[in-house]
Design a protein around this ligand. Sequence first.
Ligand code: ADP
Length: 418
Amino acid sequence: MILIINCGSSSLKYQLYTPDLAQVVASGMIAKIGEPEGYIDHFVGHRGEHHRCPVPNHRAAFALMMEYLQSPEYHVIECPRAITAIGHRAVHGGSVFFGSVLVDDAVMKALHECASYAPLHNPCNIIGIEEAQRMFPGTPNVVVFDTAFHQTIPARAHMYALPYELTQEHGIRRYGFHGTSCRYVSQRAADLLNRPIESLSMVVCHLGNGVTMDAVKGGQSIDTSIGFGTFGGVPMGTRAGDFDPAIIFHLVKDRGMSLEEVEEICYKKSGLLGLSGLSNDMREVSEAAAKGNARCQLAVDVFVYHIRKTIGAYAAAMGGLDALVFTAGIGENSAEIRAKVCEGLGFLGVEIDPRANEIARKGHPNISAISARAATLVVPTDEEKMIAIDTVQLTMAQPGAASVQMGHAPSTHGVAAS
Ligand code: ADP
């Protein structure tokens, strides 16, 4: 079986697949690691369990996951040898990793070197790999990077117009995030349209708590909205997205705020939360907006405007638009936001069918109007599946690894040997 691990800053998510990836055998999440009110949610088939227990650190979380996976109550695995390969999500691969890799000592060393780019996430990803190596000796580990898909972005789009030497010395460039999601979703979209991905210019709108807009031309990311950190681009749940850096200098130098205060504001108190003053959760913000809350209406307006503006910019960067793809929590679930984003995009050939938009979640991914020249699709993301696909492909030669059932074309893009 194939185990997928996503060790975040305060959580550990896992999914266990059959070797052909046709079925998820078990899944779960251990949350609030390091806090007194930690818990595990464990699912096997239709059975689920919520158990509260403090989880002091990521190593303890890994041990708890093992306990549940091996628990005789669920009969998931009898011993660690049942796992034939393990795939890990890593947030930041710097400029070192262009694709997913089999873990070896050189990869671990490079991963440690990239840690400073994502200090909240990469160290936790590394612990997940170390624990997997300890608990499953001899089992191959694969690491899949959020940044890797965006390594194809050309210099004109990934370079900031800062002094060249400074950018080179300090590794400053647009790295991008949510690359695993964008890769999965763009491939699914091409499959759904029954067209080769190489022939398509797409804009992927990954609209969740974090938001990534991605221009995907011929299957390659050629521009993306999030930049050096996890901050830029479109406003997000609590992050401001792009704004003039002069505001930071003004607040610190002229208004006496500390850099830490401004950082906290930009990352945790801005975006939908900052504008609405109510919530970072789009459901709550749009419900209040519908009831006439002016600040929430403003938050939705700003959010939608920046998405629409970015779609136009990316269509210009690609020289056209064949498909607009919505994914993640807001993109998959909010017909209202999709409709608002698409309003006025007729000049790009984007027109949606209002009824199709309402039922998009129920197995009707194509929400375009018949007269539309560009397709609009709603495609649920599945980063774990993408990690599992890479894991099987890279460990294919290993004993016990079987062929993959993907339901759509396999990716070779982004999979590179270490
Ligand atoms: P992340 O993985 O980045 O934490 P998600 O992809 O789970 O985030 O998306 C979370 C966002 O999706 C929240 O803002 C939530 O309100 C929004 N969302 C989920 N369901 C709906 C819905 N039915 N309508 C509007 N927004 C929704």
